[in-house]
Design a protein around this ligand. Structure first.
Ligand code: F6P
Length: 343
């Protein structure tokens, strides 16, 4: 069989571990493995599949990014991109494994509904793909956030400052909430549980009155600016193409300015940005990326197209692509309440 594999959307640590697993398993069983470069672009434009050999897969498990390259490629503008992908799969491949987040899996589902032999693999640093406890890259991201907060504590304490830390996360607050919980944040602002600016200020002043000399405030990039007293400048997209680039909204800077305007507090802002997506994957990301990728390969060999291996209760199980291709998984109340115990 000619098995294609691609990575689409934003990169994330753990992608190479997944590619390696699919490639090695395919080689073991005597299949040809084709790496499609730059996500959907490699199928919608000129076909850019290259045969992967085992030696290209050695030593990549600990390497961040994706050896296939990736792209945020809009298949719907101009129209017809999806049909081109469908045709390219039929012409060049016997089956395709598409590693990506919600935008990618919506396309995978669309293709599978039209009979294409496609299987998904869950990847998003935002951790908000419905129906799975694991998404490639999330653990590496929160490990970085947690380490960053550990570091920021020392300078915040020395200067008696408020440190505002902006994290990635687009429409959900998983990175801010769990990174903040692990890193000892004193307040976490996420889209799921909006807070008024007056409550943020009151919380910081209360900490001051209680003799706590500094505060670490973690803000998810996707929090609603209007709730905080700011102005929203455009529609937010779920993943990929179109909409506002969330980091450019500057929610961290905005929150910091509001706190500083109170007059008696020194405030600094750190935007963690793409550092959250860069560098080596954690051991957890390497292991589970390998496991979901192996699950995808097994599903492919069994002919179970239109599916995606997901993690539930620490086991890899197969779900229908149609179930992950809708909406976002949000941070539940009980997790946010647990974070708030430490505010
Ligand atoms: O969707 C994953 C993500 O890392 C978001 O958290 C972030 O808003 C976005 O990608 C950044 O995308 P880009 O790399 O295109 O700037």
């Amino acid at each position: 069989m000619r098995i294609g594999v691609l990575t689409a959307g934003g990169d994330a640590p753990g992608l190479n571990a997944a590619i390696r697993a699919i490639g090695e398993l395919a080689w073991r069983d005597g299949h040809e493995i084709i790496g499609v470069t730059n996500g959907w672009a490699g199928l919608a434009q000129e076909f850019t599949g290259v045969a992967l050999r085992p030696e290209q897969l050695r030593g990549v498990v600990g390497r961040g990014g994706t050896l296939l390259g990736t792209a945020r490629f809009d298949l719907d503008h101009p129209e017809g991109g999806r049909e081109q992908v469908l045709a390219a799969i039929g012409e060049h491949l016997d089956a395709l494994i598409a590693i990506g987040g919600d935008g990618t899996q919506r396309v995978s589902n669309w293709l599978a509904e039209r009979g294409a032999p496609v299987i998904g693999v869950p990847k998003t640093l935002d951790n908000d793909l419905p129906g799975t406890d694991f998404c490639i890259g999330f653990d590496s991201a929160i490990s970085f956030v947690s380490e960053s907060l550990d570091r920021l504590h020392t300078t915040a304490a020395s200067h008696h400052r408020v440190m505002v830390v902006e994290t990635m996360g687009r429409s959900t607050g998983w990175v801010a909430a769990l990174g903040g919980l692990a890193g000892g944040a004193d307040l976490i602002l996420i889209p799921e549980f909006p807070m008024a600016m007056s409550d943020v200020l009151e919380h910081i002043k209360r900490r001051r009155r209680a003799g706590l000399g500094y505060s670490i405030v973690v803000v998810a990039e996707g929090v609603n600016l209007e709730t905080l007293g700011g102005v929203e400048s455009g529609a937010l997209s779920s993943e990929g193409v179109g909409g506002v680039r969330l980091a450019s909204r500057g929610v961290g800077q905005f929150v910091a300015a509001q706190i500083e305007a109170e007059g008696d507090l020194e405030v600094r802002t750190t935007v963690l940005g793409h550092l959250q997506r860069s560098g080596s994957p954690t051991a957890y990301d390497r292991i589970w990326s390998t496991r979901v990728a192996a699950g995808a390969y097994e599903a492919l060999i069994a002919g179970k197209f239109g599916t995606i291996p997901v993690v539930r209760d620490a086991r890899v199980v197969l779900a229908s692509l149609s179930t992950v291709a809708v909406g976002q998984r949000q941070v539940p109340r009980e997790i946010y309440d647990l974070c708030a115990v430490f505010f």
